[in-house]
Write a protein that binds this ligand. Structure first.
Ligand SMILES: [Fe+2]
Length: 206
């Protein structure tokens, strides 16, 4: 069972309104949790039919199992990505609170400021998610975009996950996605992101 975790901060964010968070966290993120649980239940029933040989034959164009399996990864990625996103908000954007992460970013992209410039443009080019991830095979931080929830590089662990679907910013910024991205960095909790980075960067899979 997946659970609808509470918003990890209770303060008002700068440029991301309470109303946006209520809808985004309370309805949309919750929707992925509910659907993932519904799919899990249906898969449990279907598994019995698969094992007993009474299920519709599986098929890559359409079958009941395919529909559920497609929905499963979409819903679970929807849960995890939103938890990564909300998990690093609620801070004050002070990079000095994330020294290891800021150091690794500067080593790769020159400075945190230059990285934010680059990440902002990547997020402008995304149709869903812009991610800064620890890549355990490459052994370094990587920036990857994910159009929709099902596009990802396997094995990577998000450190910063930025939701750039319109529902994340239209109420507060209209179509000005760049202003919303600036708000994300203004409210970034570098301490939390640093914690994630230090844990993730211990993993090497090369
Ligand atoms: Fe979202």
């Amino acid at each position: 069972m997946y659970s609808h975790k509470p918003l990890p901060f209770d303060k008002e964010l700068d440029g991301i309104s309470k109303k946006t968070n209520e809808i985004h966290h309370g309805k949309l993120y919750k929707g992925y949790v509910d659907k993932a649980n519904e799919i899990g239940e249906k898969l449990g029933q279907l598994r019995k039919e698969v094992i007993s040989g009474t299920a519709q034959p599986s098929n890559q164009t359409y079958s009941q199992l395919r529909g559920l399996k497609q929905g499963e990864t979409f819903a679970v990625n929807g849960i995890y990505l939103h938890e990564w996103f909300f998990g690093v908000l609620g801070g004050d954007g002070d990079t000095s609170k994330g020294p290891e992460l800021a150091g690794a970013i500067s080593e790769k992209w020159g400075s945190v400021e230059d990285f934010i410039k680059y990440f902002t443009e990547c997020a402008m080019a995304a149709r869903g998610w812009a991610i800064l991830a620890w890549d355990p095979k490459a052994g370094e931080l990587k920036q990857y975009n994910g159009d929709a929830h099902n596009q990802a590089v396997w094995g990577c662990i998000p450190v910063l996950a930025l939701d750039v679907y319109e529902h994340a910013y239209f109420i507060d910024h209209g179509s000005d996605r760049k202003a919303y991205i600036a708000s994300f960095f203004k409210n970034l909790n570098w301490e939390k992101a640093n914690e994630l980075f230090t844990k993730a960067s211990q993993i090497r899979l090369d």
